[in-house]
Design a protein around this ligand. Structure first.
Ligand SMILES: *Cc1c(COP(=O)(O)O)cnc(C)c1O
Length: 234
């Protein structure tokens, strides 16, 4: 294996160990938690290394970079998760190659996603990104306010080619992630009461995946803990 391969393999094993230990803490089966490795800023060669190591799910946050990498890696049969801020004029294109769009935070995105999924003749899995930011940080947040979640969920469910699969969230900066993920779990329970199929919960990153797994995350999105620190400038 290449030197990079060895490095990624070691980091990946460590992250899988962290997930397994967090599951152990609360009596969950580690198979319930899907590791999405966030490959943004890293080359397609790293995606190949990850696929060789058994990773099936990768996450990207920019359309241009994601579409190129997904095309280069089309032979690997990976599931591509879009986890970044999405412009409505890019939504149809993103639905053309992604398997899951995790960052749906406004009704305006629904039409484009529906059109892209329809053109591809393939239903698209959608997670709604919910904001956990406290009011004073709400300025440049991404994510729908919990109070506005239900109309968005209904719009996604009413779009024939979209499948409402659950929620995604990022813990607020400089706050206790455990408290934020407790709130997220409660929001998810409320959503599930109305939309029982929305059973996925994407939460937890390199720094806080244990707190998320302990509170029911079915997906963790981990970048730097697996691939190292990202190049600062792209
Ligand atoms: C970059 C990113 C991640 C991964 O962050 P790390 O701290 O590198 O694990 C997870 N989720 C989202 C939405 C991201 O943009």
């Amino acid at each position: 294996m290449s030197e990079r391969g060895e490095e990624v393999a070691a980091r990946l094993a460590e992250v899988r160990g962290r997930i397994a230990r967090a599951c152990g803490t609360v009596g969950r089966d580690p198979d319930e938690v899907t590791l999405v490795v966030v490959t943004k800023y890293f080359p397609a060669a790293d995606v190949r290394i990850l696929a060789d190591l058994g990773v099936r799910d990768v996450g990207e946050n920019r359309h241009q970079e994601a579409s190129e990498k997904a095309a280069e890696c089309a032979d690997l049969g990976l599931a591509w998760h879009f986890i970044g801020g999405l412009q409505s004029n890019k939504a149809a294109a993103v639905a053309g190659y992604c398997d899951v769009v995790e960052s749906v935070d406004r009704v305006k995105l629904v039409n484009g996603l529906q059109r892209g999924a329809h053109e591809r003749s393939h239903p698209l899995d959608v997670l709604l990104q919910v904001s956990l930011d406290p009011p004073e940080q709400a300025e440049n947040r991404s994510g729908v306010e919990p109070a506005d979640l239900e109309p968005l969920a209904r719009a996604v469910e009413d779009a024939g080619m979209l499948r409402l699969r659950g929620l995604m969230a990022v813990a607020p900066l400089d706050h206790d992630p455990a408290e934020a993920f407790d709130r997220l779990a409660a929001i998810h329970r409320d959503l599930l009461a109305v939309h029982p199929g929305a059973d996925l919960l994407s939460a937890g990153m390199s720094g806080d995946l244990e707190a998320a797994v302990e509170r029911g995350a079915t997906h963790v999105r981990v970048g730097s803990a697996v691939l190292g620190s990202r190049p600062r400038v792209k």
